[in-house]
Design a protein around this ligand. Sequence first.
Ligand SMILES: Cc1ncc(COP(=O)(O)O)c(C=O)c1O
Length: 385
Amino acid sequence: MSSYQKIESALIHGGISSDERTGAVNVPIYQTSTYQQDGLGKMRGYEYSRTGNPTREALEKLIAELEEGYAGFAFGSGMAAITAVLSLLNSGDRVLISSNVYGGTFRVLDKVFNHFGITYTIADTADLVKYESQITGDAKAVIIESPANPLMTVTDIRGVAEISHRHGLLVIVDNTFMTPYLQKPLTLGADIVVHSATKYLGGHSDVVAGLAVVNTKELAGRLAFIQNSTGGVLGPFDSFLLIRGIKTLAVRMDRHVENAQRAAEFLAHHPAVKTVYYPGLPDAQGYEINKAQAKNGGVMISFELHENYNISVFFESLRLVMLAESLGGAESLVCHPATMTHASIPADIRRQVGITDGLIRLSVGIEHITDILADLEQAIAAAKQ
Ligand SMILES: Cc1ncc(COP(=O)(O)O)c(C=O)c1O
């Protein structure tokens, strides 16, 4: 039985938290591709590192415990995790996706899985009545992000799970933006959680990794087979880095969220700002739903400046906040979804789902909030035409 009750302790002691043989308080990096066997068919638990590796296994057990699932799987990137999960589907199946999912999730369906006869529909998962009307006979799965990337659209995970299960759909939630510290989709009825662990779980912008957690033995068996067959596994050193990052997730996220709330309020009151998307603001879309299913509004903010501000000048004027793809590191990052994270979505679809050319996405870091706000203020002032 675990000797702790709270997730803050599970982040540090969950899964396999030390080395039984030596007492080392950290799981060693088992940098090996293969394992000596004691005789034909006599293995000591491991045979080949694509199939299983003790460092990766410690991470997989940890994420399964944190998400309260049956089993976890670690991959070489978030996209590798999503690809493995989509490989559970068959030719002829249709996937419904939230209207603003990460561009890469859209792209892999639009340009890779289409070759195998798997189709997709962009669905309005934030409106449950509309969502149910978009479920067709060939729909077999739904992928949700809540808040979704980049407009921070909140979806009622419990509501979507209930409707989807009535129609026999598998419910997949990309929990990258929230992490299990802020939101646990499996406890809300989802079947599978995926992560770009590159983001908050890793937390230091130094590792690319993906995780998936399933809620049943049956799904675990199928995904283990896909992981081993397709082979997009996470290496031992990156597994170690992720375990190390996850230990400090609670303290990092507390500071991230505190800063994000302050930054969102600053932007919401700024005369240069036209719109702010942040689920922690009381007038945000889905505020009450998010409050009921997550600990708080998370860290990600998107906003638009008024037309008389030049956003290229805004990006170039930032001194502390860095213009870069990605999110979730200690440092504050901004990006321009239309030309960066969501460039793989055709312009007409981007416009249709509300991703304007003026949209700016901000991943609020854990620097001092005074410095973050001062940097945003001076860059906004410089951008005025
Ligand atoms: C929400 C979300 N899901 C998935 C991914 C893909 O993850 P990765 O870049 O680790 O492959 C990203 C990457 O930005 C993301 O933001």
